[in-house]
Design a protein around this ligand. Structure first.
Ligand SMILES: [Cu+2]
Length: 205
């Protein structure tokens, strides 16, 4: 009898249960390698939901900051959400500036010194290549994304996106040296239960 009541309850709850099952988040692991199979670190992987992201503000667990340290941008590649304000703290003894001629953000921040910081807003998605007017060798990249399912690969060329809802996505893999227009590689990508690790091969310059 108890069993029967339980079954009836399941039938009654059937529809909402099914919805919550299919929407259960899935762990997605993407590995980026070059043509020889060597892992590529600091490749930015984005899974943009088909139809665009409309789930509200995107917050990543890392700081939206690009420091200047030892005459280099650190981290060299930073992923931020569209609309984010990025801090540029100068941790060096020398002065630095920050500029970009990229389509996603054209700006120039004048020279500033040690332990000072400046910030800049990034309202457009895309790649922002950073430079410093004093040190030509300084190169940094900000990838402005419009999805919370994004990040960069670790030294093993791997990124784990823990909670991606099942569905259809546009996957974008970006690296500054990728031999594709804008350094981007795109493919459609379906997220469903029981998925294996995805490997993406990029050809680098
Ligand atoms: Cu500099």
């Amino acid at each position: 009898m108890r069993k029967k009541i339980f079954c009836l309850a399941l039938v009654a709850l059937g529809a909402p249960l099914f919805v919550s099952w299919t929407a259960a988040p899935i762990g997605v692991e993407v590995r980026v390698v070059d043509e020889r199979g060597v892992p590529i670190r600091d490749a930015v992987v984005e899974l943009g939901p088909d139809g665009g992201w409309n789930g509200g503000a995107i917050l990543f667990p890392w700081r939206a900051a690009m420091a200047q340290k030892n005459i280099a941008f650190a981290p060299g590649t930073l992923v931020v959400a569209k609309g984010a304000s990025v801090a540029f703290p100068n941790l060096d003894k020398v002065r630095h500036s920050v500029y970009s001629f990229s389509k996603a953000a054209r700006f120039e921040i004048d020279l500033y010194g040690r332990d000072q910081t400046r910030s800049q807003n990034f309202p457009l998605p895309g790649t922002v290549a950073l430079g410093c007017n004093i040190h030509d060798e300084m190169r940094g990249y900000i990838r402005v994304v419009d999805t919370p399912y994004a990040g960069k690969t670790d030294p093993n060329g791997t990124i784990k996106l823990a909670t991606v809802p099942a569905g259809s996505y546009q996957m974008t893999v970006w690296h500054p040296r990728a031999r594709t227009p804008g350094g981007e590689f795109r493919r459609s990508f379906r997220v469903s239960a029981g998925q294996a690790v995805q490997t993406i091969t990029l050809s680098l310059r």
